[in-house]
Write a protein that binds this ligand. Structure first.
Ligand code: HEM
Length: 145
């Protein structure tokens, strides 16, 4: 009897730790927001390439696309806050905070748009990196298990 109890206890522990290890939201990395973020990552790569080439037309084009993607992201809800449109009061407040982060990012990208030399561009890129780091720390779900 005691043996049975111990083995069933061990089974429970083994199962629950396995569930915890795989406890990743099925939509993690597959949301509309994740797709927009992926496009923003491509925008950043394209911007750095254009900057290296000194191609200001291309830089301007990328910044326009980046701002349009920020607009899209601003209308979406991070998966960590909710996986549906039905938001309670607390979730609505969290979305407002997330949108503040997006506004900070938008300001940094607008600075990038106005930058007229590489020093100013690098400063704006640093701000964008900071916005992204803070935004991800606060609102991005870890999709790894
Ligand atoms: C230019 C700046 C940024 C870049 C390049 C960027 C890039 C990315 C990338 C590559 C992902 C992973 C997408 C995937 O899983 O396929 C991601 C996810 C995410 N990012 Fe960003 N990010 C930026 C700024 C921000 C900011 C400022 C915030 C918040 C204020 C934010 C919030 C999120 C969230 C919430 C996710 C998870 C998506 C979800 O909830 O479904 N990101 N980002």
């Amino acid at each position: 009897m005691k043996k049975l109890l111990i083995s069933s206890l061990l089974c429970t522990i083994a199962f629950s730790s396995q569930t915890m290890a795989n406890d990743v939201h099925p939509m993690c990395g597959k949301t509309d927001l994740a797709e927009v973020m992926g496009d923003m990552k491509d925008n950043m790569k394209a911007y750095k390439k254009a900057m290296k080439a000194g191609d200001s037309d291309a830089m301007e084009q990328v910044v326009t696309e980046l701002l349009a993607n920020i607009d899209k992201a601003d209308d979406l809800v991070p998966l960590q806050i909710s996986d549906n449109q039905d938001l309670n009061t607390e979730q609505q407040a969290d979305v407002k905070k997330y949108q503040k982060g997006m506004l900070f990012l938008q300001g940094a990208v607008e600075e990038l748009a106005k930058a007229s030399n590489d020093d100013e561009r690098k400063a704006a890129l640093g701000k964008i990196g900071k916005a992204s780091k803070q935004g991800h720390k606060a609102y991005k779900m870890d999709c790894e298990d």
